[in-house]
Write a protein that binds this ligand. Structure first.
Ligand SMILES: [Zn+2]
Length: 328
């Protein structure tokens, strides 16, 4: 049964406040998305790409559930270009957290575990070896150095149960890319490491091993702070501040993002190992999980250049959901 409401008057106050804040965030990201699309269109001449970005988030549909008052994003036309688009970067981060966080708290039914956050970086390969035959080749080669080193490190743990990761139960590796002032790429890994509570990981052994494999550079290993460090691991491939100097969007920052996207599009930038192996990471910009059988009001917003405006509401409910049919 479907009925039409006069307006969204059934919104609960507290949820309404949260939602207003949230919608303002969507609007801020959509504003950036429009500016990035315009800069890319002008700079690269790729009208198709600019149009795809500009169409992202033009309409957003939310479900407000009558029983709980919760408001969930149910539908949106996303571009899925998370390395370019702030709207999709935030959606990807949210989905990654929803997918991985429950596993971090319960990896393979191990009750007594502890976690570390490890940051691994490495020096770039010699210029003569980084043959920039195609756009993005230098970043791809640089990243491959780290990926190969990590695989070797993990293989030692898997094959011989030796090395600094011997006691590790599992690891989640997320890639982040920054660019130094000299223009050099600086890809690095944030690795969430999980191990039994009664075992320890030696930072000096890990540093020594990583140094042998990559030629050194920094390594940080700290006990994981929940949930802030986990959020940091999954947040972005490219930090929002890297869009321009001082956090202000400029064309150089946008072109940096464009180069990163050219180099890494299609790459798996978050991977699970050990007890986290096999977790799928597709569809990361899909809307939130919605309850298809619960009664809700559908709220459709349209982007109006500077803000989102409510353009349509519609009430639906299912007779199987008790106590929800009277909210009209
Ligand atoms: Zn997008």
């Amino acid at each position: 049964m479907v009925r039409h409401f006069q307006g969204a008057t059934a919104l609960f106050d507290s949820e309404q406040k949260l939602f207003t804040t949230r919608l303002a965030k969507y609007a801020r990201r959509k504003g950036l998305n429009c500016q990035i699309g315009a800069i890319l269109g002008n700079t690269t001449g790729d009208g198709e790409l600019a149009a795809k970005l500009s169409a992202c988030g033009r309409y957003l549909a939310f479900n407000q559930y009558l029983a709980s008052g919760q408001i969930k994003l149910a539908c949106g036309n996303f571009c899925n270009l998370h390395m370019l688009c702030p709207c999709c970067a935030a959606a990807r981060s949210r989905r990654l957290l929803a997918r991985w966080l429950p596993l971090v708290f319960n990896p393979g039914n191990q009750n007594k575990v502890k976690h570390y956050l490890c940051t691994l970086s490495w020096p770039p390969p010699a210029k003569s070896l980084a043959m920039a035959a195609e756009p993005g080749d230098d970043l791809r080669v640089n990243l491959a150095v780290g990926q190969i080193a990590w695989r070797k490190l993990w293989k030692r743990r898997t094959n011989r149960l030796s090395g600094p990761l011997a006691d590790v139960l599992g690891a989640i590796l997320a890639t982040e890319v920054t660019r130094g002032p000299s223009g050099n790429w600086h890809p690095h890994f944030h690795v969430l490491v999980t191990m039994p509570e009664n075992k320890r990981i030696s930072a000096s052994d890990l540093r020594q091993e990583w140094s042998k494999l990559t030629g050194g550079r920094q390594l940080r290993l700290d006990p994981l702070r929940l949930p802030s460090d986990v959020v940091e691991v999954f947040k972005y491939v490219v930090k929002p501040a890297d869009l321009g100097k001082g956090g202000k969007l400029d064309s150089a920052g946008v072109m940096t993002r464009f180069e990163i996207w050219q180099a890494l599009k299609g790459a798996r930038l978050v991977r699970g190992f050990g007890c986290y192996y096999g977790v799928q990471d597709e569809d990361l910009t899909q809307p939130e999980d919605v309850q298809e059988t619960a009664a809700y009001i559908e709220l459709v917003f349209k982007w109006m250049d500077k803000t989102y405006s409510l353009v349509s509401t519609r009430g639906t409910w299912d007779s199987r959901s008790p106590g929800t049919g009277s909210a009209a």
